[in-house]
Design a protein around this ligand. Structure first.
Ligand SMILES: [Zn+2]
Ligand SMILES: [Zn+2]
Length: 479
């Protein structure tokens, strides 16, 4: 890991000039030698990305967040003021909050969004090559869907160690890959929800600090002396180590070639399934249905023509075949040799119809908090959503608790509805009494105009309250 001091050294060659930003270079007003010796000026601080050119390379959204913090403003405010005005028209200008919490991960992808944001940031910071902080720097021309997680994840041990060593906290791009589930350094599962509020993290932070939950500002590191979580099994460990080393190979190949082309990969698959019996054999050895291969090769109906498999699907395929993607790309006969050799495939730590993996302790803890009233009352489907699982998975492991959650949520909704109706009826009664006191006949129309919401009178309970109040003042039966 690099230190803050190294960061400062990097910045020496990229001074910035921005009114509110710290300026650590010579100013224009001093008796500084000729202007031509001044380094180029940038609007925003020329913050150096962390660990550029390594497997720990920073993600572009992490860079964006750090840039905001370095300017002493919330990253989202920086985006609103400095980036949004430069974005193309198809960007949802008015939905920055929803974008920051939702689809902003595409800033790290390898589509047009990533290109646009990186080039704007390059212009604003005078830092070139920021696009390598996105998937453009890693996976070449593989299309952009399904490679990244929807929400950021992190390693709590990394955060704690960096803080103890006074290293600036950031989010490496490798943590954002869907296929990476463990920290390459600590062999510990990456986290994707806050241990305190259970919520996922915003991609672009609002008012919180680095390494803290973007929803409740709780520190996301871990006490290094606390008991370690259960060890990851060896198969998963081996698979994850292979994934990380393969990603590093892809990143290197991508930086050497400028943009890695996957054309050779799909040509190899095509050649393999065109061999007599090749497709059946490939399906048998890898467990991947033959329709998937047809999808990969665009042989399905037109609506599937733009389908490109996710990096995760491709890496699982390569791992099973015990072949590196670069090997398959470079050697068109590698897959044919694999099926003809009939080599036993590598066993993945998951199956084709893998069951969703569920952290039962974490789920139970949250379910109990809801049932005990320490969390707001939520139904089973809402709990599943908050925990990031399907309702089916929750039902499988916690059938009894799900029944209790549903009952509790129904009871809560019933109670809430009762209070609401009582409030509406009381408002109707007060309106009748007030009109009557003013000598105005409390007709349906007049009472309606007195209410905070005229539609209340459509409720049967409100209508009954109107009749009851009229009876109370001796107008029963008059309409
Ligand atoms: Zn770690
Ligand atoms: Zn939180």
């Amino acid at each position: 890991m690099r230190s803050e001091q190294q960061d400062e050294q990097d910045r020496a060659g990229s001074r910035c000039c921005q009114d509110s930003a710290p300026i650590d270079g010579p100013s224009r007003g001093s008796d500084f030698p000729p202007y031509e010796r001044c380094p180029p000026r940038s609007r925003l601080y020329g913050l150096a990305p962390r660990e550029m050119g390594t497997i720990w390379s920073e993600s572009l959204t992490s860079y964006l967040n750090r840039l905001g913090w370095r300017h002493g403003v919330s990253p989202r405010a920086l985006v609103a003021q400095e980036i949004v005005p430069h974005l193309s028209n198809d960007y949802p200008h008015h939905h920055l909050a929803a974008f920051s919490r939702g689809t902003a991960m595409s800033i790290n992808g390898n589509g047009n969004v990533a290109l646009e944001w990186s080039s704007i940031l390059e212009r604003l910071t005078a830092h070139s090559n920021l696009h390598v902080l996105t998937l453009h720097g890693w996976i070449g021309d593989l299309s952009s869907r399904g490679h990244l997680r929807e929400k950021p994840s992190w390693c709590p041990v990394c955060y704690t160690e960096w803080r103890e060593q006074n290293i600036p906290l950031y989010q490496p791009l490798v943590w954002m890959f869907q296929v990476v589930t463990m920290c390459p350094q600590h062999k510990r599962r990456l986290q994707d929800h806050c241990p305190h509020c259970q919520k996922h993290q915003s991609v672009i932070a609002l008012e919180t600090f680095p390494g803290h939950c973007t929803q409740c500002n709780t520190w996301l590191g871990v006490d290094l002396n606390s008991p370690r979580e259960p060890e990851v099994d060896n198969e998963t460990l081996r698979w994850q180590e292979w994934v990380v080393s393969t990603l590093e190979e892809l990143r290197l190949a991508n930086s050497l070639t400028g943009a890695l082309s996957w054309e050779g990969f799909f040509a190899s698959v095509e050649r393999c399934i065109n061999v007599k019996g090749g497709c059946s054999k490939l399906t048998e050895l890898t467990g991947i249905p033959r329709t998937n291969f047809y999808l990969w090769l665009g042989r399905m109906q037109a609506s599937y023509n733009n389908y490109t498999p996710s990096l995760e699907a491709l890496l699982k395929f390569c791992y099973t075949c015990d072949l590196a993607p670069l090997h398959i790309i470079a050697d068109a006969s590698s897959l044919v040799q694999f099926v003809q050799g009939g080599a036993p495939p590598q066993h993945l730590p998951f199956h084709r119809f893998e069951r969703e993996s569920v952290d039962r302790d974490r789920c139970l803890q949250f379910i109990l908090a809801v049932l005990d009233g320490r969390e707001e009352p939520l139904g089973a489907s809402q709990v599943a959503e908050r925990l990031g699982h399907s309702q089916r998975a929750l039902l499988r492991y916690f059938p009894q608790e799900c029944i209790l959650l549903t009952k509790q949520a129904q009871e809560y909704r019933k109670q809430r509805r009762k209070l609401y109706v009582e409030r509406v009826c009381e408002e109707v009664r007060r309106a009748v009494m007030s009109l009557h006191a003013q000598g105005i006949f409390p007709s349906h129309r007049r009472v309606r105009t007195q209410l905070s919401n005229p539609n209340f009178m459509r409720m049967p309970e409100a209508s009954a309250a109107w009749h009851a109040a009229r009876r109370e003042i001796g107008l029963d039966g008059e309409l």
